[in-house]
Design a protein around this ligand. Structure first.
Ligand code: GDP
Length: 478
């Protein structure tokens, strides 16, 4: 949407000198090869009574363009998609197993449960989809790749242990992704269970029970005994009713890869979560940087199915190559387009790999800001003690540079870990380590994701660095 003076003159059937004269009258000295921006073009063209029609070019190889909104009239209710997060050993796996064991067989007698990375259960005649890859790494990795798939997060907190570091991480991940949280207070069967303490501790993070004037749902459960599970599911349905999750079953399917691997006998096998539309056997499909035709579909009970409606996870075969978790998929109307788009995406991915990483680092921050790409500077802060982390956060938030805000995604005490990096990668954030270092997993992840880690020992140095970066005066050497 820019033209040179000569090009514009040609389009308007005028002499370039005339355009130059006009620009001069408007106070602009222009040469014949000067490039005019959209506003200038509109102004001049308008003067000649010509309206500028914008050419909107759709990049068909960008799978996001297929994730279009549907007319309200075409939308049907769809099941909620739920993830479970929480501190290690607080009972995420046990909760997922318990939900599955108590619910899945009820309507589907004889089904042999199959681990495909997600499953569906029924409660009061309504379905709920669970992603059974516990831990927020998977969740945030998907989010990092732009795929928002979770509707609700269940935060599992052990009643005998209370809020722990990964509980806080989970809260921050869910909040950053703007996903509602239901708290499952687990291990209620234990002698030492103290649910009041859990509720008390969580108020600090803005999760306040309804009984105390807040709007967070707390459900006491014992995952191991299967107690409270029904109640938990009912609460999920309650939130679903309020949030009204909807999709259009009558269109080509689009969605996200939950997991994928190469199977000796079956070739590329991928679990897809259908997010909109209905996926059918035989559909030509582009998945991430690969493509194919849906050969066979198997559901979470190991049954062959012919179609999968919105919010349904299915395992498919028929792809040329193995996609990655978090990849988008789209169904196209013909196989030829699927092949073309798939091949060109594979080509692009190869090129992108070769070219330099484009993650924002402090050094090129100013460039990005100039280009108007960034209005928020996202930061993850880790320090040796909680008090320092908080002091640093307060100080960072006080930095006043016009046009840029500092947004703190997460603060905590302790070494920089992999979860910090996944979160930072998801939001193009920096990680600031104050008197702490990244552990080995974090280092590896940071290298892989191109996340910028800055280590410091003096608060004002941190402030100075961030401030300079925000102002774009950062010395590239420093
Ligand atoms: P995860 O790391 O969060 O997935 O936790 P797990 O589900 O693996 O559970 C960790 C430990 O806590 C295991 O030994 C479980 O048997 C135990 N556990 C889980 N839920 C309960 C519960 O409701 N009551 C009791 N007493 N133990 C539980």
């Amino acid at each position: 949407d820019s033209l040179t003076v000569a090009e514009l003159a040609k389009k308007l059937h005028r002499e370039p000198s005339e355009i130059i004269k006009k620009l001069f009258m408007l106070g602009v000295m222009a040469t014949i090869n000067q490039v005019l921006d959209k506003d200038a073009i509109e102004l001049i063209a308008g003067d000649y009574g010509v309206e500028v029609e914008e050419e909107i070019q759709i990049d068909v190889t960008d799978l996001e363009v297929y994730f279009t909104d549907d007319e309200a009239a075409e939308l049907d209710e769809r099941p909620a998609v739920v993830t479970i997060m929480g501190h290690v050993d607080h009972g995420k796996t046990t909760t997922l197993d318990s939900i599955r064991n108590t619910k899945v067989t009820a309507g589907e007698a004889g089904g042999i449960t199959q681990h495909i990375g997600a499953y569906q259960v029924e409660e009061n005649g309504k379905k709920i989809t669970f992603l059974d890859t516990p831990g927020h790494a998977a969740f945030t990795t998907m989010r990092a790749r732009g795929a928002k798939i979770t509707d609700i997060t269940i935060l599992v907190v052990a009643a005998d242990d209370g809020v722990m570091p990964q509980t806080i991480e989970a809260i921050n991940h869910a909040k950053a992704a703007e996903v509602p949280i239901i708290v499952a207070v687990n291990k209620m069967d234990k002698e030492s269970a103290n649910p009041d303490r859990v509720m008390q501790e969580l108020t600090e993070y803005g999760l306040i029970p309804e009984a105390w004037g807040g709007d967070t749902i707390f459900v006491p459960i014992s995952a191991i005994k299967g107690e409270g599970i029904d109640n938990l599911l009912e609460m999920i349905l309650l939130v679903s009713e309020v949030e009204e999750y909807k999709a259009n079953p009558n269109r080509n399917a689009v969605g996200t890869v939950i997991e994928a691997q190469l199977d000796k006998g079956r070739g590329s096998v991928a679990t897809l979560l259908v997010q909109n539309g209905t996926l059918k056997v035989g559909d030509p499909i582009v998945v991430g940087n690969t493509f194919g035709r849906v050969r066979a579909m198997v559901n979470d009970l190991g049954r062959r199915v012919k179609h999968a409606e919105p919010s349904t996870p299915v395992e498919i075969t028929g792809l040329n190559d193995v996609p990655q978790a978090g990849d988008r998929f789209v169904v196209l109307s013909d196989e030829k387009s699927a092949r073309q788009i798939g091949e060109s995406r594979a080509q692009q991915a190869l090129q992108a790999q070769r070219s330099e990483k484009t993650k924002i680092s402090l050094d090129n921050l100013f460039e990005h800001m100039k280009q108007g790409e960034m209005k928020e500077l996202n930061v993850v802060v880790k320090a040796d003690v909680q008090g320092t982390a908080e002091a640093l956060t307060t100080a960072l938030q006080k930095i006043d540079v016009e046009g840029v805000n500092v947004r703190i995604l997460h603060t905590g005490a302790g070494a920089i870990n992999e979860s910090d990096i996944t979160l930072a990668a998801a939001f193009n954030a920096f990680v600031i380590g104050f008197n702490v270092r990244p552990d080995n997993n974090a280092k590896r992840a940071a290298d892989a994701e191109g996340v910028d880690i800055r280590l410091h020992r003096v608060i004002y140095k941190v402030i100075e660095e961030i401030e300079l970066a925000m102002k774009g005066m950062l010395d590239p050497e420093f």
